[in-house]
Ligand binder design. Structure first.
Ligand SMILES: Nc1nc2c(c(=O)[nH]1)N[C@H]1C(S)=C(S)[C@@H](COP(=O)(O)O)O[C@H]1N2
Ligand SMILES: [Mo]
Length: 160
């Protein structure tokens, strides 16, 4: 009943998806990562592997990037898929409940092997909070991660 759509999956996929919290919980066990702190000590909660979602949606083999969209604060990153497809996590649950906004919910993207901010396409800034849509694209898509230090510092001042 009270189970709203928390994550849409669109773009270069066979089946676009609109997933609720329960749908995320029902993703096959092989893609569930219970207690991400086992992998990333500073992080808490439970996740699904990005590849579980890509598998459900039937990602187009030509898709080169995944767009991480956070409509809440209009933050967007478009990240090359190949280097992250196996490791990237979508944290969606904390203490058995949907991940709250203050923890980056409904979905917090996390790349375990990210680089420091602004050092590559797969940097810490790509760990997008408040993700509500994944968009698979052929070629790079919309990305408004900060490109200079001043812009980046401004973002962090706001606690992001
Ligand atoms: N939605 C959203 N996600 C975001 C940001 C943001 O401003 N909005 N900032 C990014 C940046 S620049 C960094 S470095 C990391 C910081 O994550 P942390 O606060 O968990 O350390 O979140 C990223 N995710
Ligand atoms: Mo960042």
């Amino acid at each position: 009943m009270n189970d709203p759509v928390v994550l849409k999956v669109r773009g270069a996929v066979r089946t676009p998806l609109e997933l609720t919290f329960s749908d995320l919980e029902r993703v096959a066990d092989e893609y569930q990562v219970v207690d991400v702190s086992r992998l990333i000590p500073q992080r808490q909660g439970d996740a699904v592997l990005l590849r579980g979602i890509l598998q459900l949606a039937g990602v187009d083999p030509q898709a080169s990037h995944v767009g991480l969209h956070a409509s809440r604060d209009d933050f967007h990153a478009s990240v090359p898929l190949a280097p992250i497809a196996d490791a990237a996590l979508l944290i969606y649950r904390l203490a058995g409940k949907p991940l709250e906004t203050r923890a980056g919910g409904p979905v917090r993207f996390f790349i375990p092997n990210h680089t420091a901010c602004q050092t590559s396409e797969i940097d810490e800034c790509a760990n997008v909070k408040f993700v509500d849509e994944l968009e698979l694209t052929i070629g790079k898509g919309h990305d408004n991660r900060p490109t200079d230090e001043a812009e980046h510092a401004k973002l962090h001042q706001h606690g992001n």
